[in-house]
Design a protein around this ligand. Structure first.
Ligand SMILES: Cc1cc2nc3c(=O)[nH]c(=O)nc-3n(C[C@H](O)[C@H](O)[C@H](O)COP(=O)(O)OP(=O)(O)OC[C@H]3O[C@@H](n4cnc5c(N)ncnc54)[C@H](O)[C@@H]3O)c2cc1C
Length: 405
C-alpha cells in the first residue's frame, strides 16, 4: 500500500448537502473520507436555495441562514396571481453558508475532507473492500480503500456509473441564474414565471439574504433543445417583460448554473455496500426540483443507519434506509413526476389556465403542489378545488338552458 493511500470505513463522494449530511450523523469514531472535487464547500453556487420555514426549523438550520419571502407571485403570458400559501412560508437559503455549516457538523469526527479532489473509479477487491482511484489537487492521495461507499455526487452518479450499477440520467433539469444588486426590488418577494419564454421549464426571481436579487431560468432537456442561457438573455433583453414582472436589473450579473436529474424515482438505493443519496438518488422533488431539505433529512438518516451497519457488520440498517425513503418519497414522487412530464408539454395557453387556477385552488393545495406532496387527502383537496368551479359553471349552464335562472 503506497503512502498515497487512505484507509477508512466509509468513503463519501461529493461534499454537497447529501454527502455532508451523511457525514454529520455517522458515529464519531467511524473513519470517514469525503472527496469533493470543488475547491470550497458551497462554491461555486449551483442552486437557488428555495426552501420552507417549517423545514428550516424542523432540520435545526440556523434561521439567520435564510431569508423569508412574504410576497409570492406567479406569472404566465397573460395571467398574474399573487399566490397565497397558507401557513407555508417560503425562504431562500444562503447555501454557501449553509453547506459550510453542514460540513462543520462532522469537523470533530474521525473524518478527512479532501477538497479539490475528484473520485475517478473504483473496484471491489476479493476481500470485499473497495479500492477507489482519486485525483487530488495537491497530489497528496491517489487511492482510498473503504468498506462502504456513498454516492453523493449529484447528477454525476459518479460511483454508480463507474461500477455500471445505474446509468447517468439522460433527462436533466438545466438551470442558470443571474445575480444582480437588489437595488429597488422588493427584499421579500419571490416570483415564478411560465409560458412562451420558458416552455418545458420555468423561470424565477427572488431577493437573497445577501442583499442581491437572482433571476433564473430552468428547462428540461431533451424535452426542449433551447439553452437556458439563450432563454435568460432573451428575458433580460425584454424590458417590457421585466416591467410586467416588476423587476429592475442593474449592472453586470454574476452567473451561476447547475444541473439536476429529472427522471422517475427509482427506489433502489442500496447496492451491496454502495449506497446512493441526494441527487444521485433522485431526491429533488419532481415538481419544482427542490432537493436541499430532502438531501439533509435523508442524508442524516443514512448516516445514522450506515453507522449501525459499520458497527454491526449487518445489512439490515441499510435496507431500513431504503425502505424508509421508499415509504416517504415513492408515492409523492410518482405523482410529482406525472405533473412534471405533463407540465413540460404545456402550451402558453395551458400555463395561463394553470396560473389562473392558482387563484381558486386553496392555499394548502397550492403549497402542497409546490412542495411536491400528494397525500390522498391533499390530492382530494386539489381535485375538489379544481373540479368544484367546473361543476358550478356546468350547473349554471344547464340551469340557464332549462330556464331555471
Ligand atoms: C439550477 C438549480 C436550481 C435549484 N434550486 C433549488 C432550490 O431552490 N431549492 C432546493 O432545495 N433545491 C434546488 N435545486 C436542487 C438542489 O440543488 C439539489 O437537489 C441538491 O444540491 C443535491 O445535493 P447533492 O448533495 O445530492 O448534490 P450536489 O449539490 O450536486 O453536490 C454533489 C457534489 O459532488 C461533487 N462531485 C461530483 N462528482 C464528483 C467526483 N467524481 N468526485 C468528487 N466530487 C464530485 C460536485 O462537485 C458537487 O459539488 C436546484 C438545482 C439546480 C440545478
Amino acid at each position: 500500500m503506497s503512502d498515497k493511500t487512505l484507509v477508512c470505513d466509509v468513503l463519501i463522494v461529493g461534499g454537497g448537502p447529501a454527502g455532508l449530511s451523511v457525514a454529520s450523523t455517522l458515529p464519531d469514531d467511524v473513519r470517514t473520507v469525503i472527496v469533493h472535487q470543488d475547491h470550497e464547500i458551497g462554491l461555486p453556487v449551483r442552486t437557488s436555495g428555495a426552501c420552507w420555514m417549517q423545514d428550516v426549523e424542523r432540520l435545526g438550520i440556523p434561521v439567520e441562514m435564510c431569508k423569508r419571502m412574504n410576497i409570492h407571485d406567479a406569472y404566465s403570458d397573460n395571467e398574474h396571481t399573487r399566490v397565497a400559501l397558507g401557513k407555508e412560508i417560503p425562504v431562500i437559503l444562503d447555501t454557501p453558508r449553509l453547506y459550510k455549516w453542514l460540513a462543520e457538523q462532522s469537523d470533530h469526527k474521525d473524518r478527512t475532507l479532501l477538497l479539490g479532489t475528484k473520485f475517478l473509479s473504483t473496484q471491489q477487491r476479493d476481500d470485499g473492500l473497495y479500492e477507489s482511484r482519486i485525483r487530488a489537487r495537491d497530489n497528496s492521495y491517489d487511492c482510498v480503500i473503504s468498506k462502504y461507499i456513498v454516492d453523493g455526487s449529484g447528477w454525476h452518479f459518479a460511483v454508480l456509473n463507474a461500477l455500471g450499477l445505474v446509468e447517468k440520467p439522460e433527462r436533466l433539469a438545466v438551470g442558470i441564474e443571474y445575480e444582480y444588486p437588489l437595488g429597488d426590488n422588493a427584499d421579500d418577494r419571490v416570483l415564478i414565471f411560465f409560458g412562451e419564454k420558458v416552455l418545458a421549464g420555468y423561470g424565477w426571481a427572488f431577493a437573497t439574504a445577501q442583499g442581491t436579487m437572482r433571476l433564473g431560468v430552468g428547462v428540461i432537456q431533451p424535452d426542449t433543445d433551447k439553452s437556458p442561457r439563450d432563454l435568460i438573455d432573451a428575458v433580460v433583453r425584454d424590458k417590457r417583460y421585466l416591467d410586467r414582472l416588476e423587476l429592475k436589473l442593474e449592472g453586470d450579473p454574476i452567473v451561476h448554473s447547475g444541473i439536476l436529474p429529472s427522471v422517475a424515482y427509482d427506489d433502489r438505493l442500496v447496492f451491496g455496500n454502495v449506497i446512493r443519496c441526494g441527487d444521485s438518488a433522485n431526491f429533488a422533488t419532481p415538481t419544482i426540483g427542490e432537493g436541499i431539505r430532502v438531501c439533509i433529512e435523508y442524508g442524516r438518516l443514512l448516516g445514522e443507519l450506515l453507522g449501525k451497519a459499520v458497527k454491526t457488520g449487518r445489512h439490515g440498517p441499510l435496507r431500513a434506509y431504503e425502505r424508509r425513503c421508499r415509504r416517504k418519497l415513492k408515492r409523492d414522487y410518482k405523482w410529482g413526476f406525472l405533473v412534471n412530464t405533463r407540465a413540460a408539454k404545456y402550451t402558453p395557453e395551458q400555463w395561463d389556465a394553470s396560473v389562473r387556477r392558482m387563484r381558486h385552488v386553496g392555499p394548502d393545495a397550492v403549497a402542497a403542489t409546490f412542495r411536491g406532496e400528494f397525500s390522498t387527502v391533499k390530492i382530494a383537496k386539489i381535485l375538489v378545488t379544481v373540479v368544484r368551479p367546473l361543476i358550478r359553471s356546468r350547473l349554471r349552464r344547464i340551469k340557464s338552458r332549462i330556464g331555471l335562472t
